[in-house]
Design a binder for this molecule. Structure first.
Ligand SMILES: NC(=O)c1ccc[n+]([C@@H]2O[C@H](COP(=O)([O-])OP(=O)(O)OC[C@H]3O[C@@H](n4cnc5c(N)ncnc54)[C@H](OP(=O)(O)O)[C@@H]3O)[C@@H](O)[C@H]2O)c1
Length: 323
């Protein structure tokens, strides 16, 4: 699989990052800890990802309340893979209902140590702030992140779920204080969520940052699996965690998705392939964080890596989804 430079971090990443958010839960939602993929299913997905050429696993301390990192750690120990994937993990969300959250320096240092322990490694390659902490000045967080970079516990740092304003503030703080800087952004980006086009992409370009979007299928909405007036398929994302996607449940979204399904049919590709190719083809997108539930889902989207869409093809598809 093709790799690309991740900003100026010195790291190169495959164009797909394996999202491990469904291992032992559905993301960081405590009420779903223990659900999602079993360890056996997670192992199969990791095996399939490595066989397909994926070089990065994306997880977070709080995914499945620690279960995602633990499964990755056990997989690394069991397989001792010849080509060890880069590990990307995150910090911010609480590890369980009622536990602490945020990016206070002491918490960042503590959470990183707990991630290293669960993963069974001395260092993670990519460390990501999972959200913006309104209660902690970003310069303080960057101080802690710089410390762990200097201590070689982390190779590069990135920021997730940041606005352009927040990103700019963080980059200025790093420059002014000579601290490690965020080298890439991991925000949501898909045909149904195009906010990064407003300002964040321009900022990434200006500062030479990478961009690795999550949810390129909008949690499955762009596959056409959700139909008007029909309950979501059992076990699907909308059945398990509907709140995160309630904004999509409008007539306008169903109409847009229908038009998109027609466009995919005309091209002779699956909607999932077209949706992921659309996200990957933006010049600012370094690589996409994908979230397959099963090996077949992962294999079925590999053709997206070969489907390059030019600017006018991307614009035509985007027009199907009025903002
Ligand atoms: N930084 C953050 O805040 C953040 C937030 C969200 C996600 N992430 C990361 O990004 C990863 C991916 O996010 P995501 O899971 O929301 O991505 P996504 O690709 O938008 O949605 C994944 C969902 O789409 C469905 N799906 C996946 N591949 C499919 C295929 N080939 N055919 C049909 N349906 C398919 C599955 O739905 P069903 O479950 O219904 O089968 C799956 O749960 C996560 O694992 C996590 O690592 C990060």
């Amino acid at each position: 699989m093709e790799t690309r430079a991740l900003g100026r971090s010195g790291l190169a990443v495959s164009r797909f990052l394996l999202g491990c958010g469904n291992f032992g839960g559905i993301g960081s939602a405590p009420e779903l800890f223990g659900q999602g993929e079993s360890e056996e299913a997670a192992f199969e997905l990791m095996d399939t990802a490595i066989a397909a050429g994926i070089t990065v696993f994306d997880t977070a301390d709080a995914y499945g309340g620690g279960r995602s990192e633990t499964m990755i750690g056990r997989w690394l120990a069991a397989r001792s893979p010849e080509r060890r994937p880069l590990l990307s993990t995150k910090v911010y969300n609480p590890m369980d209902e009622g536990e602490d959250r945020g990016l206070a320096p002491a918490r960042v240092l503590r959470q990183l140590d707990s991630s290293l322990e669960r993963l069974g490694v001395d260092r993670v390659d990519m460390y990501v702030t999972h959200d913006w902490d309104v209660d902690t000045p970003i310069a303080e967080t960057l101080g802690a992140l710089d410390e762990i970079v200097q201590a070689r516990k982390v190779r590069a740092i990135g920021a997730s779920n940041v606005s352009a304003e927040q990103l700019e503030e963080a980059l200025e703080a790093s420059a002014e204080q000579g601290l490690a800087r965020f080298e890439w952004v991991q925000n949501e980006y898909s045909l149904l969520h195009r906010d990064p086009e407003d300002e964040v992409f321009a900022l990434c370009e200006r500062h030479g940052l990478g961009f690795t979007p999550f949810s390129p299928l909008a949690g499955g909405w762009l596959t056409g699996k959700y139909q008007r007036d029909t309950p979501p398929p059992p076990g699907s994302r909308m059945a398990l965690r509907p709140d995160a996607y309630s904004a999509f449940e409008t007539g306008a979204t169903y109409d847009a998705v229908d038009r998109f399904l027609d466009a995919a049919r005309e091209r002779g590709v699956s909607p999932a392939v077209l949706a992921i190719a659309w996200a990957l083809s933006h010049p600012r997108v370094t690589a996409a964080v994908i979230g397959p539930r099963r090996p077949e889902q992962l294999k079925s989207i590999l053709p997206a890596l070969e489907l390059e869409l030019d600017e006018s093809e991307r614009a035509e598809l985007a027009e199907l989804f009025p903002r």
